[in-house]
Design a protein around this ligand. Structure first.
Ligand code: SF4
Length: 261
């Protein structure tokens, strides 16, 4: 059976996929659906941006979510420990949930993004020949090498248009999208609580988003797993406060090693 093509614009809400969507529509290229996978962990300014974008393009953005919330996977899902006694002895009590994600334990990507998206697309593929526009910028071609992005259904318009990350941001700014300054603070915008962010980005989160930082603290108290291999959330606070004191005295904080005793 010949299936008809169905064009999906994969939208993260960031500068690249936003620029891609805007240009696709401006050039009247086929877009049957705009798809956003909501982890529930976007910055509030990102959700405001998505509302604004929807109004601007005059079309709905299809929003899909995982079966359960981040909170459930983080601290509620029952986990069978290999050695429950040892776990209890180490951490003082039993904990449910996967806890903080790490470089080798990115359960969040799988549970909150890949699985719900694949589940959604699997159903559509039964009916249509899916073509997905993916917002990889021309200067991040290394991402094209990932298996996921090499699937024949993926199309990379930004690469074809030779639009770099900087071009994408400019393209969005010119059309009035500024994410309320998110990109003045962060080079990349993803889940606000991600432990895999750089220290400088976490510093900005601490400095400019105190409500989110307070939420981060509360999450940290709910799990046994350390936020990062090098710092807990409280230790980060100590570091950042100390750095601020140094800066106030005119001292440099670059390339300093911090020992928390
Ligand atoms: S940005 Fe961080 S928290 Fe969000 S899905 Fe990716 S690894 Fe997980």
């Amino acid at each position: 059976m010949n299936k008809s093509p169905f064009y999906i614009c994969s939208l993260s809400g960031g500068k690249d996929s936003t620029a891609m969507l805007l240009r696709l529509l401006e050039e009247n290229l086929p877009v049957d659906m705009i798809l956003f996978c909501d982890t529930g962990l976007e910055f509030p300014d990102m959700y405001t941006h998505l509302d604004k974008l929807e109004k601007y393009i005059g079309r709905p953005i299809a929003k899909i979510k995982a079966e359960h919330s981040f909170d459930y996977y983080f601290s509620e899902i029952p986990i069978k420990r290999g050695n429950p006694e040892k776990f209890r002895a180490l951490f003082g009590k039993d904990y449910n949930g996967y806890g903080w994600m790490g470089a080798r334990m990115r359960w969040c990507t799988n549970r909150l993004k890949d699985r719900p998206r694949e589940h959604f697309l699997r159903n559509l593929r039964k009916k249509y020949d899916i073509r997905q526009y993916v917002g990889i910028a021309a200067d991040e071609k290394y991402r094209l090498e990932r298996k996921n992005n090499q699937r024949s259904e993926c199309i990379h318009p930004l690469v074809e248009w030779n639009m770099t990350e900087a071009d994408c941001l400019q393209y969005c700014y010119e059309r009035g999208f500024d994410w309320n300054g998110l990109y003045n603070r962060f080079k990349r915008v993803s889940c606000w609580l991600c432990p895999l962010q750089s220290l400088s980005e976490l510093r900005k989160l601490w400095e400019f988003y105190p409500e989110l930082w307070e939420k981060l603290r509360r999450y940290d108290e709910m799990t046994w797993r350390k936020y990062r291999a090098d710092y807990s959330v409280k230790e980060l606070e100590i570091r950042f406060a100390f750095e601020n004191e140094c800066l106030a005295k005119g001292l440099s904080i670059r390339n300093k090693v911090f020992l928390l005793l």
